[in-house]
Write a protein that binds this ligand. Structure first.
Ligand code: AQP
Length: 355
């Protein structure tokens, strides 16, 4: 049965990239598949412990963004990761399935650890193991994310496959697997964990910084002008788009003309994603025009699309009790799915159960 899992870290500065690359894409999915959306607070401590109060408020802010964007707590499970113990337990087991070499190859680790890798937390290195646990504790089959998470999702597949292979005999003996839906020579007949499908598509899989079209828009960029935050008001959105880096040429009429013009490509991509069109449609309308004409149109569109969401986020943030109640119900529903999965995992491994 298809099941979707995805999440965002509560590390502050939630931005347009997180919205267009991830959260906005979840909204239609929740009507098609069982959906679980998590605020991944255990991940938020891998690059250093934020101030305790900030971590809690960022967790509520991400939850507010989910709801304001249209994730319906009646249709989807919404919760914060640290409330469901199974994530951490399965991550530990996956630390013993995954190989150090696999982790060392992760480009996000290299980027985030910087030059002094020896001084990065062990948690930052093991981040993809926890991500695999997030997904597989629910046996999720589909994961909608931005393009930057592609490598981590491949690692999730590798972990699932290695677990299924290493424990193939136990899985059969205990009869806890399902027949492999796509039989292949590398996989056993019965699978315990699904081999998850990434869902990375559309014009906004990688929104770039407004200051540098070759760098991803990111929460941790020290320049606030590099991103549109979901808490920005109309004035801030217009100012940032006005100041966005561009080149001196007019917009091309064909998508091919955006090649080697990263900033132009990015702004056209943002317009396309916000208006639900393709980049070619946008160029059909704006091809031949200067940025001085395109930028105000983009500002107006961004304000029109984001303002109602920002207002709803503010309303929700004003009273924590509504958000906390949603997270509590979500955590209970999430636990009800993850607990039996971990019970089986413990049996497969052979941990002695004396309680
Ligand atoms: N620039 C982006 N374009 C499209 N999608 C993006 N995502 C992040 N940046 C972009 C997607 O947002 C989801 C949540 O991301 P995350 O909070 O878990 O961590 P991240 O990918 O590390 O996000 P940031 O903003 O770049 O944070 P920092 O600065 O801490 O590294 C994911 O689905 C991600 O693909």
């Amino acid at each position: 049965k298809p099941r979707v899992f995805s999440g965002v870290q509560p590390t502050g500065n939630l931005h347009l990239g997180n919205y267009l690359g991830a959260v906005s894409r979840w909204v239609p999915i929740q009507d098609q598949m069982e959906s679980i959306f998590c605020v991944v607070d255990l991940h938020a401590i891998t690059a250093g412990f934020p101030d305790a109060g900030k971590l809690a408020s960022a967790t509520r802010e991400v939850t507010a963004a989910y709801i304001a964007a249209g994730i319906d707590p009646k249709k989807s499970i919404i919760f914060n990761q640290s409330q469901v113990r199974e994530h951490a337990e399965l991550a530990w087991i996956f630390n013993c399935v995954a190989r150090i070499g696999w982790m060392n190859r992760m480009t996000q680790f290299k980027d985030k650890a910087g030059k002094n890798k020896e001084n990065a937390s062990l948690g930052l290195l093991a981040y993809p193991s926890l991500m695999a646990a997030d997904i597989l504790a629910y046996k999720a089959t589909h994961v909608p994310v931005g393009d930057d998470q592609k490598q981590h999702l491949e690692l999730t597949r590798d972990i699932a496959q290695k677990f299924n292979n290493d424990f193939a005999a136990r899985i059969k003996e205990l009869d806890v697997g399902v027949p492999n839906p796509t039989p292949s020579p590398e996989l056993p007949e019965d699978l315990f964990f699904p081999v998850t499908e990434p869902m990375i598509a559309g014009p906004a899989t990688r929104i770039m910084s407004l200051r540098d079209g070759t760098k991803k828009m990111s929460k941790s960029d020290p320049s606030d002008l590099s991103r549109i935050n979901l808490t920005d008001d109309a004035e801030a959105i217009s100012r940032k788009i006005k100041k966005a880096k561009t080149d001196p040429e007019a917009l091309p009429s064909e998508v091919d003309g955006l090649k080697d013009r990263p900033e132009a490509d990015n702004l056209v991509g943002i317009y396309a994603a916000l208006s639900g069109q393709s980049k070619q449609d946008v160029l059909g309308e704006f091809g031949g025009q200067q940025f001085s004409a395109f930028k105000p149109a983009l500002s107006d569109l961004a304000v029109e699309k984001l303002s109602p969401m920002t207002d709803e986020m503010r309303r929700l943030m004003a009273d924590a009790s509504e958000i906390d109640a949603i997270l509590k119900t979500g955590a209970e529903k999430a636990s009800a799915i993850a607990e039996p999965v971990l019970k089986d995992v413990r049996k497969i491994i052979g941990f002695l159960d004396v309680r």
